[in-house]
Design a protein around this ligand. Structure first.
Ligand SMILES: *Cc1c(COP(=O)(O)O)cnc(C)c1O
Ligand code: SF4
Length: 347
């Protein structure tokens, strides 16, 4: 018998890295030389949202620094356990915006597909920590219900793949989905919102970029970086490969207390992103999701930071400060004067 050239069902490299993520807080602290801090750093009780962080992302954390801005995004903290007024389980009205199984339709011309509930990393501030994704993804029933809805609403010119992280799906699944989308004459753009080019850049492999390059749709990828230290040479390479495939790259960040709440941190992030050909798009005020109150930055301080960015950076490197207001027709700009009213929910 002639042996096969390649053993069958070799796991793709990025899937292997995905599976090897750190999921134990004690191990994470050991890797960072922080074992001595374990008692003060680790949540005393179960937060209901597991720790998960790819090893390549851990490698970008500063050794021996319990305040490292990357570490604080992923490490469960005792502060998550306290209830805070105004912090809920469905902070952005996703349950009300459901148009079909796994389809959110909030804004004109754009429909968002919850492609999967999985992420390679668990970010402590994420609204996803409570959304009932298992029952809500568009991939259930082979996308049939979601695709039928998109086909029938000809006002939709842009389909947004979100999640979870849509690049958790294997590339052949994305190929299948995009073929169905490309056959809809009213759909012109495919937008992907993914943190994987940042936290697991090996996901941007040849198979993936080859798919994007031949797609008969305009394509946009919104990455999600909160701090300049998240972007190393491997991320830079992933961005270059995406641009070579004809993808417009944007970034969204969440403004997070103790992580990126300064002109210096966000200025450095914008500059670093632009070195990778990525333009800053949105800077989000935190969604008020239960367990994330300790990350909140007051709107007045957020505005002062953005004023500081405007005073020091070219205009195209200043992200738009927005917050998501349930029921609003677009992401809501946070502006001087309106900030206090927004804070009190009088939009
Ligand atoms: C944020 C979001 C969009 C995209 O809004 P843009 O302002 O175009 O970036 C679309 N649909 C839903 C449901 C969203 O939450
Ligand atoms: S959806 Fe984005 S912010 Fe939330 S856990 Fe996944 S990668 Fe992190």
């Amino acid at each position: 018998m002639i042996p096969a050239k390649r053993p069958a069902a070799q796991p793709v490299r990025w899937q292997q890295s995905w599976r090897e993520a750190v999921t134990d807080a004690g191990e994470l602290l050991d890797l960072l030389g922080l074992a001595a801090h374990a008692d003060s750093l680790l949540a005393a009780a179960d937060t209901g949202f597991a720790l998960r962080v790819p090893r390549g992302f851990v490698a970008r954390m500063r050794h021996g620094d319990p305040r490292d801005p990357l570490l604080l995004q992923v490490l469960p903290q005792a502060a998550e356990l306290g209830a805070a007024p105004g912090y809920t389980h469905d902070a952005v009205g996703d349950l009300a915006a459901r148009a079909a199984n796994g389809v959110l339709h909030k804004y004109h011309g754009r429909a968002l597909l919850i492609a999967t509930g999985s992420c390679a990393i668990n970010c402590r501030y994420c609204f996803r920590r409570h959304f009932p994704y298992a029952q809500q993804t568009a991939a259930a029933n082979h996308w049939d219900e979601a695709l039928a809805w998109l086909r029938s609403d000809t006002s939709i010119s842009e389909v947004i793949l979100s999640g979870g992280d849509p690049l958790a799906l294997a590339t052949p699944k994305l190929v299948e989905l995009s073929q169905a989308l490309a056959a809809m004459p009213h759909v012109r753009r495919l937008r992907i919102h993914s943190r994987l080019p940042i936290v697991l850049p090996e996901r941007i492999d040849r198979e993936f970029t080859a798919w994007l390059a031949q797609l008969p749709l305009q394509r946009v990828l919104v990455v999600h970086a909160n701090h300049a230290n998240e972007i190393d040479a491997s991320v830079e390479q992933a961005c270059a490969a995406l641009r070579a495939a004809g993808v417009t790259l944007l970034n969204q960040s969440v403004l997070l207390r103790g992580i990126n709440d300064s002109v210096a941190a966000l200025g450095a992030l914008s500059e670093r992103l632009f070195e990778c050909g990525v333009l800053p798009y949105y800077l989000h005020l935190l969604d008020r999701v239960h367990g994330a109150a300790h990350f909140e930055v007051e709107p007045a301080q957020a505005l002062a930071i953005v004023d500081g960015l405007r005073a020091t950076l070219p205009g195209y490197l200043v992200p738009r400060l927005v917050r998501e207001v349930a029921g609003a027709p677009c992401k809501t700009p946070v502006e001087h004067g309106a900030a206090m009213a927004q804070r009190d929910g009088i939009e």
